[in-house]
Ligand binder design. Structure first.
Ligand code: ADP
Ligand code: MG
Length: 396
């Protein structure tokens, strides 16, 4: 499969730029199994990689030019001779805040690498991605990490996965201007097939946790609601600020430092600031849920993670308040139809939910969710099965 993809992307590169690429790389989208809105609180997350990937064909240049093309965007999708829609930039001119389009993601990576002292003298890049954009499955990090890995290999930078993740996060924070945590980039860079990645976002220490649902007669469904509520970015900023306020009031560096068995005392100290109390309660209980899922998976009690996922959803809905009617509809419908667990995943206010199900129930569950959406007059959701897949890698 990946050989054919690599070949197709390389071929398009050749038509665009007149010579074959030096190599082809891939980086995946991700689903977060548990650990939501903990990554900017120095807490725990547990993503796994999707089979959906961003693929990049890349060659170095020595003349300071960066040429970018996406098969999936604007002219990139429309042009038939394969030469339209190339964006040409000078690496020396790259500067944060100058680009509001998709090219800010790959250009931001080049900027971040150069800013960190790595001599990148230019590149030709052609990208194609099967990660749905804006669905909470992290198409942006896939884009960043595939470019970072390609340049790391071609320029012989010798950077490790977590270092590439940090640079990509910097690209997204500073160059693109999105205040995201470190989870998505680390997932794209470091995940392994058949595993979920237990990541401590404070020191970036990580552990690969075996996560093979098929072997246990289970499946994990991703339900992309295809909705994105407009106020999501502002709300994200408000939650971050609220968490910071909570940490400051409690006199800790980050909410990660509030121990689970000290939660009640912490809530008491916060007095009647109900908003902050709710945010703190979510983050502290969510970190505990991640640890519980890790220990269940490591002791082979996979099925028992279901209720923990569902608890996580209730916390995001009632305490963190970032769910929406469409996400709740997926979760409620799936649970009513016998799912083992379900929760929203990603930033919230739309995007995707995940459903843990017995293999035999997949069809009924999928149908039930689709019918519920139809009854509610909503756009049909996209439902697919998520198999824990490989992280970023070279394809050719
Ligand atoms: P998410 O990462 O959850 O998918 P983001 O808003 O963070 O959502 O990133 C989506 C953006 O990433 C798109 O608006 C686009 O700019 C960029 N992007 C994603 N996939 C592609 C692609 N195949 N080609 C070009 N740009 C892409
Ligand atoms: Mg993103």
């Amino acid at each position: 499969m990946s050989e054919a993809v690599a070949e197709a992307v390389a071929e398009r590169f050749t038509r665009l730029y007149g010579a074959g690429p030096e190599g082809v790389w891939a980086a995946p989208g991700r689903v977060n199994l548990i650990g939501e809105h903990t990554d900017y609180n120095d807490g725990f997350v547990m993503p796994f990689a999707l089979p959906h990937t961003a693929v990049a064909a890349v060659s170095r240049r020595t003349d300071g030019l960066l040429r970018l093309h996406s098969a999936d965007i604007g002219d990139g999708a429309g042009d038939t001779d394969g030469t339209g829609g190339v964006t040409e930039l000078r690496v020396a001119d790259l500067a944060p805040g100058t680009d509001r389009g998709w090219t800010a993601y790959p250009a931001g990576v080049v900027w971040a690498l150069r800013e960190a002292g790595h001599e990148i003298t230019g590149a030709d890049i052609h990208l194609a991605s099967t990660v749905p954009a804006g669905a909470g499955l992290s198409s942006s990090a896939a884009l960043e990490v595939v470019v970072a890995l390609a340049l790391n290999d071609l320029y012989g930078l010798g950077l490790r996965g977590w270092q590439l993740a940090r640079l990509c996060q910097r690209a997204e924070n500073v160059y693109v201007g999105a205040p995201v945590g470190i989870m998505d980039q680390t997932a794209a860079a470091c995940c392994e097939a058949g595993h979920a990645l237990f990541l401590d976002t404070r020191d970036l220490s990580q552990r690969q946790i075996p996560f093979d649902l098929a072997a246990e007669g289970m499946r994990l469904l991703v339900v992309d609601t295809q909705v994105k509520h407009a106020h999501s970015e502002g709300e994200y900023g408000k939650r971050r600020a609220g968490c910071e306020k909570g940490a400051a009031l409690l006199g800790v560096d980050a909410l990660r430092d509030v121990p689970y068995d000290g939660l009640e005392a912490a809530l008491e100290r916060l007095g009647d600031d109900e908003e902050v109390r709710r945010l703190v309660r979510h983050v502290v209980t969510e970190d505990e849920r991640v640890e519980r899922v890790v220990s269940l998976l490591e002791s082979g009690r996979t099925r028992e993670i279901g209720p923990v996922l569902t608890e996580g959803h209730a916390s995001l809905r009632d305490d963190f308040r970032i769910s929406c009617p469409e996400l709740d509809l997926v979760v409620d419908t799936a649970l009513a139809e016998g799912a083992l667990g379900a929760r929203m995943t990603g930033g919230g206010f739309g995007g995707s939910a995940i459903v843990l199900a017995r293999a035999a129930d997949v069809e009924t569950l999928t149908k039930a969710v689709q019918e519920a959406f139809a009854r509610a007059g909503l756009t049909a959701p996209r439902v697919f099965e998520a198999v824990p897949s490989a992280g970023a890698r070279r394809l050719a």
